[in-house]
Ligand binder design. Structure first.
Ligand code: NOJ
Length: 960
């Protein structure tokens, strides 16, 4: 167990009473809470803070305890509590309970005993013959109590109480009291609870002439409590101080690491609301500075709202006037020195502010505390007295009593909110669970992200960035090597700003929700944020980000290459009339070896035969070669490959050297330089003659400086694409003749190419064409990138309850791509039928995602496979296979994504098939899909060593 677990915790505050009623008596209970643990786990919280559930007359909602050792019967038995605790533990959750040290209920037997004249218990409470003692001490519940003294006729004396008159303060000057309270703590800690919230801790001691708050005696008592806890249990159990004080009054509770482990950041909370309304970061910055420098092992508990009023006791008078004015102009919402409203209504129901405040809650320094119901944006009921308006039943569903209880309405401990926009009919867990855009799912997603970076947010340092624009709050969180940049716009208008990131030059900000890299930092970094917008960026070294975005075919293992015993020039390898037979055999053997590694080749050649060769460039020599490959089973395939001979012995595509030195051979299917060279030569009007054939080429479009390789065989640049028919399967011939005739605006026809001619025979070796402006990307690479982003958004969630909602949101872009492909494939099939004629089976696309190119949000088709007819399922399977493989490849790149691949694949395949079906409107045998997938996966399995293909195969074997 990590003794500092509370520094990474995400705490959920709840009332057993208001959470879920399992026995239909109108009160929530431990059994109900136990049943809702899966919900809390899926929400992403890991620590529960339970408000008082002890025997009590409930005149202060349980903070008036009548027996510390008994559970209020409506909440269940100690056995129920144990079962709940066990299960929470089993789910990796911790539990914090209340320790109300300052006062008891007047119903407590101690008080009843103490009132009796001459009772030995008298000294358990604070008595006086006059109400004149401790003059000037403020009254906290000033709307209810005129004084801190109340006369008790039985005792014949006044007793001291800082809260309600029915909550007499315990007398901490009496060592018996302290001993008794330590016993209470031991009792619950022995049962297994992980920590204690120290309610109303500043008021333990009274001294004449002081405020009777935060006295040195009180701090000393807190330290003794800590010592007692440590001595009995060792490290791991925590004390959390409720001290609603000024910063300098709160800090002493931490001591030198020998006081409380945690304290609520009361100074910060109201200033967050202040900064939001003033649209100026000043108040937050000031409080972050004031609350800096707590001991290493200590931690702030951050919160936005809780079960009490938003207290304005510890703000200046001007601050209070402003906050009252803007957040509670109606006196009905004011209580004591505070505002009794829940979070969402406080924010006027503004979703943007809600998200912004959560972004601060989850990323500022401290452990966040969520108040139950705020994750769905619950509202309040102003007609309920005291603070009960913010303590209404959890809204589970639109069913009776908000799904909280099956008891008759009049038996409920409080009515659920049932009027206005926050009514449980609209605001409830069930409705929000399935909606990917709900507040609930926003909070869930954020918490997953936070858990992935728990250390940096929980324990990391916080460095404020001095941005000139004061509406922007920007800070760096740093822990070890990890850095996260947070920027938040407090303004309701869009803001631009420059971040002083000169110290972080060459790091790449990767936006955390989308996982998309931003331009690298080169100095001041300019950003803009929409109204109340915020953003989180991991600052990562450039190489790391590049590794993540490298296409899978580009990863080549470094290798020692075989030597070719070549005596003369390279023409001895390529030109029959000049051939050095022994060298050529060794050369082709080496090439076969290299081609077995190429994942873009379906066949693993055992033998390679040279059919034809033509020199494209003299110096250094570069040959276009036509080859026949044959695998161990005798299956054959023709390929068209560029081979270069260069002096240097390093670089992509290197596969052989000349024995004794003198040069190296490179296979250039993956070298963008080759594609650029070829395009230039085509544009010049290429003519060439080999021993066997004529080569003719042309290209009429633009010829950009360089081309980018989208995948082996396909390159593109500004306004142009170029395909090389590496595998000679007739696809390019079909592409050339059919695409322009299909009449589909998203099918790009060729305007140039390279042709091989021998008598009547003709082959298309390459095709070129025009491209709309923008930066092109191959559709598979797009899918792989989207898969990685999508899965990263899901990392940390368990793929169970509510998974569909999360999937739909996280994979939105990929789902859109799948649907688009489904629609386009259906349209393509129709168009191909018109062009190639009706007949047995559908004329197939016969290619996967690699046939498409993505550009500025549009997806273009630019390649057909060989002419073949069959079932549409075959084409759908090829697309589905690629989508699925993209998911597996993404999961190979980063840890913790595995669990989501299967559900994500199902989800995408469903989208693809559905889009196809709806567009084609023809009945077709969907049942054959798993079989089509399995067959395809079996064939693809041998392409390369990577596990992704095996994974797809296993999946479909299991299904069929
Ligand atoms: C602090 C609690 O948060 C509040 O709800 C309660 O009324 C007072 N302590 C008095 O017990």
């Amino acid at each position: 167990m990590d003794p500092l677990w509370y520094q990474d915790a995400v705490i959920y505050q709840l009332h057993v009473r208001s959470f879920f009623d399992a026995n239909d008596d109108g009160y929530g209970d431990f059994e109900g809470l136990r049943q809702k643990l899966p919900y809390l786990e899926a929400l992403g919280v890991d620590t529960l803070w339970l408000m008082p559930f002890f025997q009590s007359p409930l005149r202060d909602d349980g903070y008036d305890i009548a027996d510390y050792y008994r559970i209020l019967p409506v909440h269940g038995s100690l056995e129920d509590f144990r079962r709940f605790l066990d299960e929470a533990r089993g789910r990796g959750m911790r539990v914090i309970v209340e320790l109300v040290l300052n006062h008891t209920s007047s119903d407590h037997p101690w008080f009843q005993e103490a009132r009796r004249p001459g009772s030995p218990m008298r000294d358990f409470y604070v008595w006086s013959d006059t109400p004149e003692k401790y003059q000037g001490v403020r009254v906290i519940f000033q709307d209810f109590e005129p004084s801190n003294w109340t006369y008790d006729p039985v005792a014949g004396a006044y007793y001291w109480h800082r809260f309600y008159h029915h909550q007499p303060d315990l007398n901490w000057d009496n060592p018996e009291v302290e001993r008794a309270m330590h016993q209470v703590m031991f009792f619950w800690a022995d049962l297994g609870v992980d920590g204690f919230r120290l309610d109303a801790i500043p008021y333990l001691y009274e001294r004449e002439g002081t405020s009777c708050e935060n006295l040195p005696e009180t701090i000393a008592a807190v330290k003794r409590l800590r010592k007692a806890l440590d001595e009995r249990y060792g490290p791991g159990k925590v004390l959390l101080a409720e001290a609603n004080m000024w910063p300098e009054e709160t800090l002493p509770y931490f001591g030198e690491g020998d006081g409380v482990h945690m304290a609520y950041n009361f100074p910060l909370m109201p200033r967050i609301f202040l900064a939001l309304r003033r649209e100026d970061r000043g108040p937050i910055e000031a409080m972050l500075r004031e609350t800096e420098g707590i001991p290493e092992t200590a931690q702030w508990a951050l919160f936005l709202r809780n079960h009490d009023e938003l207290t304005l006791e510890k703000v200046t008078e001007e601050e209070r006037e402003f906050l009252w004015e803007v957040y509670a102009p109606d006196p009905r919402f004011r209580l004591n020195l505070g505002i009794r409203r829940r979070l969402m209504p406080l924010l006027g129901g503004d979703r943007r502010r809600y998200e912004l405040l959560h972004a601060l809650l989850f990323t500022l320094k401290g452990s966040p505390v969520l108040y139950y119901g705020d994750e769905i944006g619950m509202g309040d009921n102003p007609f309920l007295g005291d603070r009960n308006g913010v303590r209404t039943p959890m809204q589970w569903s639109a069913d009776r009593n908000a799904g909280f209880s099956r008891a008759p309405y009049h038996r409920l401990y409080l009515p659920p909110v049932s009027e206005g926009p926050y009514s449980y009919q609209f605001v409830n867990v069930e409705a929000q669970g399935e909606n990917p855009h709900s507040l609930l799912n926003f909070v869930r997603r954020f918490l997953v992200l936070r858990r992935q970076h728990a250390r940096v947010f929980g324990r990391g340092g916080l460095r404020l960035l001095p941005v000139a624009n004061r509406r922007i709050l920007a800070y760096l969180r740093e822990y070890g090597e990890e850095r996260v940049l947070v920027v938040a716009n407090l303004s309701r208008y869009t803001q631009a700003f420059d971040l002083p990131l000169e110290g972080e030059v060459s790091l790449v900000p990767v936006e955390l929700f989308s996982q998309s890299p931003f331009p690298p930092v080169e100095g001041r970094y300019r950003l803009s944020l929409g109204p109340h917008g915020f953003a989180l960026f991991a600052l990562r070294p450039r190489e790391e980000v590049e590794r993540l975005h490298l296409p899978d075919w580009a990863e080549e293992a470094p290798q020692r290459v075989p030597a070719v015993p070549l005596a003369g020039g390279v023409e001895g390898l390529f030109i029959d009339t000049l051939a050095e037979e022994g060298a050529r055999a060794a050369f082709l053997q080496a090439l076969a070896g290299a081609l077995r590694e190429r994942s873009w080749l379906a066949l693993k050649p055992k033998e390679v035969e040279l059919l034809d060769a033509l020199r494209l460039q003299k110096d250094p020599p570069l040959y276009l070669t036509l080859l026949r490959l044959e695998d161990a089973q005798g299956e054959a395939q023709e390929v068209f490959l560029p081979i270069a001979f260069r002096p240097e012995g390093e670089g992509p595509g290197l596969f052989a050297g000349v024995r004794g030195g003198g040069g190296h051979f490179f296979e250039l299917s993956q070298d963008p330089g080759f594609y650029s060279l070829l395009l230039r030569r085509l544009a010049q009007g290429f003519e060439g003659r080999s021993l066997r054939a004529h080569y003719r080429g042309r290209h009429r479009g633009p010829v950009p400086e360089g081309l980018e390789l989208l995948h082996p065989g396909l390159a593109a640049g500004e306004g142009v694409w170029l395909q090389v028919g590496l595998v000679q399967d007739g696809g390019l011939e079909r592409t050339e003749s059919l695409l322009p005739r299909l009449g589909l605006p998203w099918a790009l026809g060729a305007q140039g190419g390279l042709y091989w001619e021998r008598g009547e025979r003709r082959r298309v070796l390459a095709l070129s064409g025009a491209l709309p402006p923008g930066r092109p990307q191959e559709a598979f690479a797009l899918a792989e990138g989207l898969a990685l982003e999508g899965l990263l958004r899901l990392r940390g969630h368990a793929p169970d309850g509510g998974a569909r909602g999360l999937l739909a949101e996280a994979l939105r872009e990929l789902e859109a791509l799948a649907r688009l492909l489904g629609v386009r494939l259906a349209l393509l099939h129709r168009a191909l039928r018109e062009a190639e004629g009706e007949g047995v089976g559908v004329p197939l696309l016969n290619r996967g995602l690699g046939a498409f190119l993505a550009l500025e949000g549009e997806v273009y088709l630019l390649a057909l496979g060989r002419g073949e007819r069959g079932s549409p399922l075959k084409d759908l399977a090829r697309l589905a296979y690629d989508l699925e493989r993209a998911l597996y490849l993404a999961a190979e790149r980063e840890e913790g994504l595995e669990a989501w691949v299967d559900p994500a694949a199902d989800f995408l395949e469903e989208a693809l098939l559905q889009a196809y079906r709806e567009t084609s409107q023809e009945g077709w045998p969907e049942e054959g899909f798993p079989e089509a997938m399995r067959l395809l996966a079996e064939r693809q399995r041998w392409r390369e060593e990577r596990p992704s293909r095996l994974r797809v195969l296993e999946r479909w074997q299991a299904r069929t």
